[in-house]
Design a binder for this molecule. Structure first.
Ligand code: GDP
Ligand code: ZN
Length: 457
């Protein structure tokens, strides 16, 4: 494309820095082939064929290795790309890179290869992010999800949403443009039905994206309960070391204590919070305030209660003041602790009103496996082949904004039947979705996204 012509040729180490069997220098841009020839000789580099060559810097032999030429547009970046595979030593690879730069290449910025692939329409933004996610994946499941995003599973769902949104917009806007028709959107019923369908579709993508994001960024789990319920003991038991202070003096944990814990390679961020009780102590009050902030923002709340004092498996009966203050009950798990002092059996108990109840002993470790298993399920961990796609908080924000605009539009429709306002809300919802695939993304945001990649990617 014409954009291609304006871009200079970039070069970077594509393999991890340090020592290894081989190391790869990657070049991309219209001068890539010419620069590569300056390093590995004038003989022709046939496309997509391995050539064993001497690599030189200023005529001096540096290494011998493999040169690969991928002519654009059928390359990763869409531009001419050359890979030089040499021995994996930092001095050798640095000399090869310097040689490329002396011949006219520029050191690539972090993520610049992916950025070019995006700018040249080889991949969309969600796919570019999936490459970074794939490389950074901390578990098999996270890697599988990233691979699915990279293959376009997520992007396709967003495109379907945008398409349906566009159809509806066209319908509404056409009706505005021909007022003599006097279309009453409410009486029509089609628009309301389409909006409902759209919201339903959006909710399902949102739910999948949330799972994908949990898998990538980790689930925030807040451990909440009264003083002495055993919150710090549970955190320590899960962490496998003493992270939090355990005492039988109530009110000891006053600030939030965080622990990053992996369960089967999946990241979880646990927070031990101050015990919830009425206290005249100012410092303790602040701790309790922070505990509530943590509970509200957590993806999962483990409400820990002393099993001896729990005479019901229904959290609303066990602690009505707590459940009354919790905005969404779906993220609640009731955990009965200290079962070593009772005759509860360890593990998952009967569900009451959908709230899972798990009996444990932080002291003996009984029931902890069941608790971990439960948390894995909450994260959407399937262990098998069927997973979802990887997603980021940024995507969730965009989806939430799109939903808010559509809901607002639906509200306008019901209140006033106002087509103009609805059309405007639909347009803004579409814009929010467009940010996910990068169709409508500000340069500044693009810079931030690609800047967080590592060099050579
Ligand atoms: P927190 O205030 O909720 O953080 O509670 P702690 O973890 O500090 O524990 C309070 C007291 O309960 C300590 O004396 C712990 O040893 C004890 N404790 C915690 N978990 C258990 C348990 O599962 N069984 C028994 N018997 N005692 C426990
Ligand atoms: Zn504590």
């Amino acid at each position: 494309s014409e954009q291609n012509l304006n871009r200079d040729t970039i070069a970077a180490l594509a393999t991890a820095p340090g020592r290894g069997g081989i190391g790869v220098i990657r070049l991309s841009g219209s001068a890539a082939l010419e620069i590569a020839r300056g390093i590995c000789g004038e003989a022709e580099l046939e496309p997509r064929r391995a050539h064993y060559r001497s690599f030189r810097r200023g005529g001096q032999l540096v290494d011998r290795g493999i040169a690969l030429f991928f002519p654009g547009p059928n390359s990763f970046t869409g531009e001419d790309v050359v890979e030089l595979q040499g021995h994996g030593g930092p001095v050798i690879l640095d000399q090869l890179l310097q040689s490329a730069i002396e011949l006219g290449a520029r050191q690539a910025r972090p993520g610049e290869f992916s950025e070019r692939a995006f700018l040249n329409d080889k991949i969309d933004l969600a796919q570019a992010e999936a490459i970074a996610d794939l490389i950074e994946a901390g578990s098999e499941q996270a890697a599988r999800n990233a691979m699915r995003s990279l293959q376009g599973v997520f992007s396709e769902k967003i495109e379907n949403l945008v398409e349906d949104l566009t159809h509806l917009r066209i319908y509404v806007e056409a009706s505005i443009d021909f007022p003599e028709e006097e279309i009453d959107f409410l009486a029509d019923g089609k628009v309301a039905a389409d909006l409902d369908a759209l919201l339903e579709q959006l909710a399902s993508v949102e739910a999948e994206a949330r799972q994908g994001s949990l898998m990538r960024e980790g689930m925030q789990v807040a451990i909440a309960g009264r003083p002495n319920a055993g919150k710090s003991s549970l955190l320590n038991a899960l962490a496998g070391h003493d992270a939090a202070i355990v005492t039988d003096v109530a009110g000891t944990t006053r600030d939030i204590l965080r622990e990053h814990i992996h369960i089967d390679g999946m990241p979880l961020q646990f927070a031990d919070t101050a015990g919830l009780r009425d206290s005249p102590d100012r410092v303790e009050q602040i701790g309790i305030q922070r505990a509530w902030d943590e509970i509200r923002s957590a993806d999962r709340v483990l409400l820990l209660v002393d099993a001896e004092q729990a005479h019901s498996l229904d959290p609303e009966t066990v602690w009505p003041e707590f459940t009354a203050q919790l905005p969404d009950a779906e993220k609640l798990t009731l955990v009965l602790n200290k079962i070593d002092l009772t005759d509860y059996s360890a593990g998952l108990q009967a569900h009451t009103d959908g709230v899972p109840v798990i009996a444990i002993s932080a002291k003996t470790g009984a029931g902890l496996e069941a608790l971990k298993e439960h948390l894995k399920q909450c994260m959407g961990y399937s262990g098998g082949g069927e997973g979802n796609f990887s997603a980021r908080r940024r995507h969730l924000d965009a989806l939430a904004r799109a939903r808010a605009f559509i809901e607002q539009g639906a509200g306008q429709l019901h209140e006033s039947g106002a087509g103009e306002l609805l059309a405007d809300d639909l347009r803004r919802a579409q814009q929010a979705l467009g940010e996910i695939t990068g169709e409508m993304t500000a340069d500044e945001l693009l810079g931030k996204i690609f800047g967080s990649f590592c060099i050579g990617k």
